[in-house]
Write a protein that binds this ligand. Structure first.
Ligand code: SAH
Ligand code: SF4
Length: 348
């Protein structure tokens, strides 16, 4: 069944109009959902009781329930395993860092791409999330923060799944989050991470939306990338970078490239040099993330010296980069890992 969060504003208007409800009520419901973050119809006190009852019986919130939760030792990172209405589960993470409150949310149950090092990929693909199920993860943390008189500042579509293989729902969710009459998140405060679906990057470039694009690169030669990120055989680096150039030109935005450092695999001077060559002429920034080890992949992160050595190579080639600390590694903040662990223990 569809949830309220699966309706865009015109669809909500149409639903209410079908019930003979005056159109201004749609705006009120919308504000309850996305401005006041209501999670029950009882809270919608300016709506007549019959309408609240009608909403309750006609369409629900389908709020995800928390099936498991972990908080990092410093209390700054919280990872929730959310159970959807059909029993499937996805992960969503809330990270607190300085003034930032970032939700990392999922777009699919599992993922079909099967990157060697990724826990989500190792578990396979189950289904796409609906736009409502994606938005609901953001609202889940927004509500949580509101109780602490705090607010969500950033959203990254970097949880489970490949957002550009669930394009329409992901885009719809992004538009919902930035709606100036709704949740009002700044477009620049949203990052969409993709494994590199070249045609979809071109399509995204033409959406006239100012979100940040992050491309999970991890290797700068086709030979190596084919082994780490299987979709590279379908969209090799030349095609991927042509799409990135198009994206940069159309949007004027800097593109982030994610690089999970794997000891002895992609932390070599040759890869650094190949990466620098690929980035020529692109407004780009590289995020170096020491690999988070997963059970089904033998690769390990380099030690601190190895990370520094690779970073120094990038510096030498004038590549702009940041070394990301894997925050919350102790709560298995790596993509798909809480779900993997839960499955190992057996779930109903
Ligand atoms: N499918 C999208 C978004 C979800 S994955 C994508 O691949 O971009 C989010 C990020 O986590 C990607 O950059 C992915 O490469 C990275 N990632 C997955 N498993 C990881 C691991 N074990 N260690 C470090 N980064 C990992
Ligand atoms: Fe899918 Fe991204 Fe994991 Fe690759 S890294 S398997 S694309 S979720």
């Amino acid at each position: 069944m569809k949830s309220l969060y699966d309706l865009d504003f015109p669809a909500l208007q149409a639903l209410l109009a079908g019930w003979g409800v005056p159109t201004y009520r749609a705006r009120q419901v919308w504000e309850w959902l996305y401005v006041h973050l209501a999670d029950s119809f009882d809270q919608m006190t300016n709506l007549p009781l019959p309408l609240r009852e009608k909403l309750a019986s006609g369409i629900g919130f389908a709020l995800p329930s928390v099936a498991a939760s972990q908080t990092s030792a410093d209390g700054q990172t919280q990872k929730d395993l959310l159970r959807l209405s059909d029993g499937e589960t996805v992960e969503a993470v809330l990270m607190r860092y300085d003034q930032r409150r970032t939700a990392c949310i999922s777009t699919q149950v599992g993922c079909a791409i099967g990157c060697a090092f990724c826990a989500t990929g190792q578990a396979g693909f189950r289904r796409n999330l609906s736009a409502g199920e994606i938005v609901a993860q953001t609202l889940h943390f927004a509500r949580h923060l509101k109780q602490e008189n705090d607010r969500l500042t950033n959203v990254v579509l970097m949880g489970m799944g490949e957002p550009l293989l669930n394009y329409d729902a992901s885009l719809e969710a992004v538009r919902r989050m930035v709606d100036p009459q709704g949740f009002r998140l700044g477009q620049r405060h949203i990052t969409l991470s993709t494994v590199g679906i070249a045609p979809a990057i071109r399509r995204l470039a033409d959406e006239e939306i100012q979100i940040t694009l992050a491309v999970s690169l991890h290797a700068a030669t086709d030979e190596l990338r084919d082994t780490l990120v299987p979709i590279n055989r379908r969209y090799p680096l030349s095609e991927l970078f042509a799409a990135c150039h198009h994206y940069g030109e159309r949007t004027g935005r800097r593109i982030s490239f994610e690089w999970a450092l794997i000891d002895g695999i992609n932390d070599t001077p040759q890869q650094a040099q190949a990466l620098a060559a690929r980035l020529v002429g692109l407004h780009a920034h590289v995020n170096l993330i020491p690999l988070n080890p997963t059970p089904a992949y033998a690769g390990q992160p380099p030690n601190a010296d190895g990370v520094a050595a690779f970073a120094a190579q990038l510096e030498r080639h004038h590549v702009s980069y940041t070394v990301r600390v894997r925050r919350g590694i102790e709560i298995q903040a790596g993509c798909g890992q809480l779900r993997q662990r839960k499955a190992e223990k057996g779930r109903p």
